[in-house]
Design a binder for this molecule. Structure first.
Ligand SMILES: [Zn+2]
Ligand SMILES: [Zn+2]
Length: 298
């Protein structure tokens, strides 16, 4: 087997950055990672060092790497962990987040869904609801509410290149054009919404995993995935896209950049009506928001 050498220093390479076709050693990869996060934040004017940023963390490799990178880059961050009460999985994730925030002196906000709203995610199984969509509604609502109430300027999430590409493709394939809003920044559009940003969109899942392993944030023995997500269609798409990537170097990044630059030429402009929920006052397109409907509030 040929061991590739770092393009910058000739030491042993640990990864090839595929869309740039460069191999990097551990040291130069870690520098590249932080540089990419910082340049993405600046390019899209996500936030500055003066802003209060709430980092939504799940305990997985992507959001934990984001948290670590923002800390190292000296941004003003707090972490938010939303406990959905998924057996075994949630407790394990919470421990990872708590340990990391303790050791690194990061303010951690924990929102427990049962404490706040009376039930955990699994109780929606009885109602025959799709748990992944219920989980999405709860997380989006809760992260926005907490960021708004506590005066944060932005919410940062750990979405990576693979997440964005697979989500876009899946919705294109299914004709769900109205869902495709995969932009690096979702601006504040309502009095009670907070700007949402994705600083990891130009980093792959593999690069996040490596970053988290090299920084000992995450261990390979701890590879835990949400028990409900394993059969998600976007996960199947991710696998297929990685097979394509093996043959066509840089295709994922090319697709995403083309999408960002050119999708307005072919995606219909859909103006969602912006209203305030009659019950909670947060954003909705109908009279009552999906979160209040979910928990039958009001
Ligand atoms: Zn090097
Ligand atoms: Zn509501």
């Amino acid at each position: 087997m040929v061991v590739l050498k770092c393009k910058k220093c000739n030491n042993k390479g640990v990864i090839t950055i595929r869309h740039r076709n460069i191999t990097l050693c551990k040291e130069h990869f870690l520098k590249y990672y932080l540089k990419t996060v910082e340049s993405t934040i600046k390019k899209y004017r996500m936030f500055t060092k003066r802003d209060k940023v709430l980092v939504a963390v799940s305990g997985g490799k992507d959001s934990m790497s984001l948290l670590d990178a923002l800390k190292k880059l000296d941004y003003n961050i707090s972490a938010l962990y939303i406990n959905l009460g998924i057996k075994d999985y949630s407790d394990q994730c919470k421990k990872i987040v708590e340990k990391y925030c303790n050791e690194n002196n990061i303010n951690l906000i924990i929102s427990d869904i049962k404490e706040n709203y009376g039930k955990y995610l699994e109780e929606f199984k009885k109602l025959r609801r799709n748990l992944c969509s219920v989980c999405g509604i709860i997380k989006r609502y809760e992260m926005n509410r907490i960021a708004y109430e506590k005066g944060f300027n932005a919410i940062a999430t750990g979405h990576n290149l693979d997440d964005e590409v697979s989500f876009i493709l899946w919705n294109l394939m299914n004709g769900n054009f109205q869902y495709i809003k995969q932009k690096p920044v979702l601006e504040k559009i309502h009095e009670k919404t907070v700007k949402k940003v994705k600083p990891l969109i130009f980093l792959t899942e593999k690069e996040n995993l490596l970053y988290s392993l090299l920084n000992n944030i995450y261990s390979i023995h701890l590879r835990i995935d949400c028990p409900y997500s394993t059969n998600a269609p976007t996960n199947i798409l991710k696998e297929m896209l990685n097979k394509l990537e093996e043959r066509i170097q840089g295709i994922k990044m090319r697709f995403y950049k083309n999408f960002l630059n050119k999708s307005s030429q072919f995606l219909p402009k859909i103006d969602h009506e912006i209203k305030s929920c009659k019950i909670c006052g947060y954003i909705t397109s109908s009279n009552v928001c999906s979160f209040c409907r979910l928990f039958r509030r009001g």
